[in-house]
Design a protein around this ligand. Structure first.
Ligand code: 1GP
Length: 250
């Protein structure tokens, strides 16, 4: 099934999904083996792969590993036009809608378009919203945009509503990789209630408790990267914490 359909069905049925973000630069391959092992019991619903700045590109190698050892769908979460790889299943076609930098709203997308058409990847138009997570993140620096203040849920809501009305199929709210403070449950609740497309939330989520609270607050997909790279054994606990908030099937 197409990844977008999986997300739409999850949103419609109140299912909660858990995505592991693999940064192909920071991941140690022995860690990836471990992550794949603990994810075997299908505790992770998606792998997202990408990063805002990649110094030592292991994306091709990571994709080979992910695709040969797991059936979990892999979606590219691109930080730049260099991160297009047809070995993945799909790609978030991100527009940085919390910012006002035309390059990240449409410029890079324009450059990538002819490559994406030829790639055969499933393209998933997604509004990317950067929320202040207490420290300056790589994405803030690289994109030269200001994050939405953490205590302004109404700004986040209006931004997400705008993205949906522009036709974007998903909203990704991110406090940025390694954020000091993850996005507040209050903001997740406010935004999720005001939109009808799937909401993904990530950045600085380190514990099963917070992952569960984000799912309970209305995220369809909870995304965790750094914490799992550090301790792959967290996968099962975080997955359980997120999945427990899925609406029971009647
Ligand atoms: C970053 O949302 C992701 O874009 C995941 O963040 O690595 O802090 O979990 P962490």
């Amino acid at each position: 099934m197409a990844v977008q359909s999986l997300l739409n069905n999850a949103k419609k049925n109140g299912e909660k999904k858990f995505a592991i973000l693999i940064d192909p630069d920071e991941i140690r391959l022995d860690n990836l083996d471990q992550i794949l092992k603990v994810s075997e019991s299908s505790s992770a619903d998606f792998f997202f792969i990408g990063g805002s700045l990649i110094m030592d590109d292991q994306m091709d190698l990571c994709l080979d590993k992910l695709k040969s050892h797991s059936k979990v769908p892999v979606v590219i979460f691109p930080g730049s036009t260099f991160q297009i790889n047809k070995k993945a299943d799909a790609l978030f076609f991100l527009s940085l809608i919390s910012g006002r930098n035309a390059d990240f709203l449409i410029g890079n997308q324009f450059v990538a378009a002819p490559y994406l058409i030829k790639s055969g990847l499933e393209i998933m138009p997604t509004g990317y919203m950067l929320i202040d997570g207490g420290v300056k993140t790589t994405v803030e620096y690289v994109s030269n945009t200001h994050p939405i203040p953490a205590n302004k849920p109404d700004i986040a809501l209006c931004t997400a509503m705008t993205g949906e009305m522009l036709g974007l199929r998903n909203i990704y709210m991110d406090a940025g990789s390694g954020a000091q403070n993850p996005i507040s449950n209050e903001m997740v609740k406010r935004v999720s209630k005001g939109i009808s497309v799937p909401l993904m939330v990530g950045g600085g989520i380190r514990t099963p408790e917070k992952a569960g609270a984000v799912a309970d607050a209305g995220a369809t997909v909870v995304v965790v990267g750094n914490a799992i790279e550090k301790d792959p054994n967290l996968v099962v606990e975080i997955a359980d914490a997120v999945h427990q908030y899925s609406k029971p099937i009647l």
